[in-house]
Design a protein around this ligand. Structure first.
Ligand SMILES: CC(C)(COP(=O)(O)OP(=O)(O)OC[C@H]1O[C@@H](n2cnc3c(N)ncnc32)[C@H](O)[C@@H]1OP(=O)(O)O)[C@@H](O)C(=O)NCCC(=O)NCCS
Length: 180
């Protein structure tokens, strides 16, 4: 388990997959992901089996300190040579959004990425109009690095995709500041 202050990141177990599948099929969540069609539970189970075999994707269940499973977070496409990875997160349970759980889980994952995996850089993509996600990532120290214009086509429109990144030295500087 990777501890945060409000959350704990647990190994993803088969019993987490029903929730994970329900959340990616929830239009309120899916609108912010690149997934564009309903995903059967069997496909989620297949993805899970492949993830277990892979050395380049680490996905965790986000739980509250009381053990309520509220979301998923992971490092994807881990590049062990260049020491970078993509971060992905969703808080699936609507009542837990905008209450600091996302920030706490991202910080816990960044500690793991930089202090355990010894990564140099973590990056992420988000729809440029996903203001809540951007606010969450900025609180964690991610910096905006640019925009891919018209990169995703959804619901009949093209959308800009924003790129953000954080380096290990930037994360450590934030940690030192908050410990001072
Ligand atoms: C994006 C997400 C992971 C963020 O997690 P979260 O727990 O909701 O985020 P936090 O509460 O830590 O931070 C969100 C911040 O945005 C603010 N916020 C909420 N709605 C906002 C909006 N429409 N515009 C701007 N800021 C907004 C919140 O007030 C909060 O800031 P504060 O702590 O200064 O008050 C979560 O909302 C989520 O999973 N959303 C649906 C799926 C998704 O968008 N995934 C990310 C794909 S890149």
């Amino acid at each position: 388990m990777i501890p945060g202050n409000k959350t704990e990141l647990h190994a993803l177990e088969p019993e987490h997959l029903k929730n994970a599948n329900r959340w990616v099929n929830d239009p309120d969540v899916r609108q912010w992901l690149t997934l564009h069609r309903p995903i059967p539970l069997r496909a989620t189970r297949k993805w899970y089996d492949e993830m277990l075999e892979s050395n380049s994707d680490h996905v965790f269940a986000i739980c509250t300190k009381r053990g309520i499973h509220i979301g998923s977070i992971g490092l994807h496409q881990i590049d062990w040579k260049n020491r970078n990875a993509h971060l992905g997160i969703l808080i699936g349970e609507a009542r837990y959004r905008s209450r600091g759980y996302g920030e706490d889980a991202v910080r816990a994952l960044l500690r793991f990425a930089f202090h355990e995996l010894n990564l140099h850089r973590v990056n992420l993509y988000h729809y440029a109009h996903n203001s809540r996600a951007r606010a969450c990532y900025e609180k964690c120290g991610f910096r905006p690095e640019g925009v891919h214009r018209d990169a995703l086509f959804r619901n009949g429109c093209y959308y800009d995709v924003a790129v953000m990144g954080i380096l290990d030295r930037e994360f450590r500087a934030l940690e030192n500041k908050s410990n001072a």
